[in-house]
Ligand binder design. Structure first.
Ligand code: FUB
Length: 307
């Protein structure tokens, strides 16, 4: 275990009545999961919910990285502080996602910008899935003044990055509007205009993956959030809405998913607010359930379990 942050005020005590199963991480509150498979190991990237119990908003100073080779036992590998990593960030370790390209790991993150009002997307880079991480640009990739379509200051959140079979890289993000842009080969610059993807009741949390011939764009739907998804035969769309994939997860307004295949099984990774001691919308916990496809490529609704 390397570079593990000290316990914070939101750390759960050993006395909490946690049963094995979901949530999969019980020592700390964890949210907004993203995951990759590298060297037969799953690396899980989460935000650390650190809000004290009387606070009804997000307090997230760092991301945490876990790894597992069985999807059950998770080892904390690193804690990455927002302000120590990004000089230009004011804080807020909101949703983030890692992708590997040519032996480098690119971590697209949501933070608050120090100078430009609102949320922004930055990129950290590393030679390893657990770090050390370095600010790749020295500035944000996306800032709130680049997307003036909404009046909100948090529409530039929740990056999801995807590399297609031809090597082209694509970035999806947003709140209220699902934004899309192509990325350059260096993964560090936009290679197209910022476009909108039309998805019914899109709230936030896009996650893009491919299975067989189909591309899937899952996202948080309405509020409190369910998870819905759309499918396409091309990464650039058109995206066809397919319906609800997951219902509102227990005791939290948000629902933020990652979908991966590992050792021949498909997994739906999400968060809920089910830890009995102070769990809720601002003290969330990562859970994992199986995901099953139908023969036509559509996805069966997730059955959330506590075991
Ligand atoms: O964790 C902060 C924000 O809450 C994320 O960026 C959203 O996806 C929602 O889960």
């Amino acid at each position: 275990c390397t570079a593990v942050a000290g316990f914070s005020q939101s750390t759960i005590t050993a006395k909490d009545p946690i049963t094995p199963g979901n949530p999969v991480i019980t020592e700390k509150y964890t949210a907004d999961p993203a995951a990759i498979v590298h060297d037969d190991t799953v690396f899980l990237y989460v935000g650390h919910d650190q809000a004290p119990k009387e606070k009804n908003f997000y307090e997230m100073h760092e991301w945490l990285i876990y790894s597992s080779t069985d999807m059950v036992n998770w080892e904390e590998r690193a804690a990455v502080n927002v302000k120590e990593t990004f000089d230009w960030a004011a804080g807020d370790a909101w949703a983030a996602e890692v992708i590997e390209k040519d032996g480098k790991f690119f971590w697209y993150v949501t933070v608050s910008h120090k100078e430009i009002h609102g949320k922004a997307i930055g990129i950290a880079v590393s030679d390893s899935p657990v770090g050390p991480w370095k600010d790749a640009l020295g500035h944000a990739l996306i800032t709130n003044d680049m997307t003036t379509d909404t009046k909100i200051s948090w529409d530039d959140i929740d990056p999801s990055v995807f590399i297609d079979d031809d090597g082209s890289a694509h970035l999806f993000w947003g709140n209220t509007i699902c934004y899309y842009a192509k990325l350059k080969d260096n993964m560090l610059e936009l290679d197209s205009d910022i476009q909108h993807i039309d998805l019914p009741n899109f709230t936030e949390a896009p996650w893009v993956h491919k299975k067989g011939d189909f591309y899937y764009l899952s996202y948080a739907y309405k509020f409190p959030e369910k998870t819905a998804y759309a499918m396409s035969e091309s990464i650039t769309g058109p995206w066809k809405y397919q319906g609800i994939l997951n219902e509102v997860a227990g005791n939290t307004n948000t629902n933020h998913q990652a979908i991966i295949e590992y050792k021949g099984k498909d997994y739906f990774i999400y968060h809920n607010g089910s830890i009995p001691t102070n769990g809720g919308s601002f003290r969330r916990s990562v859970c994992i359930d199986y995901l099953y496809y139908n023969p036509d490529g559509t996805i069966k609704k997730i059955i959330m379990t506590s075991e």
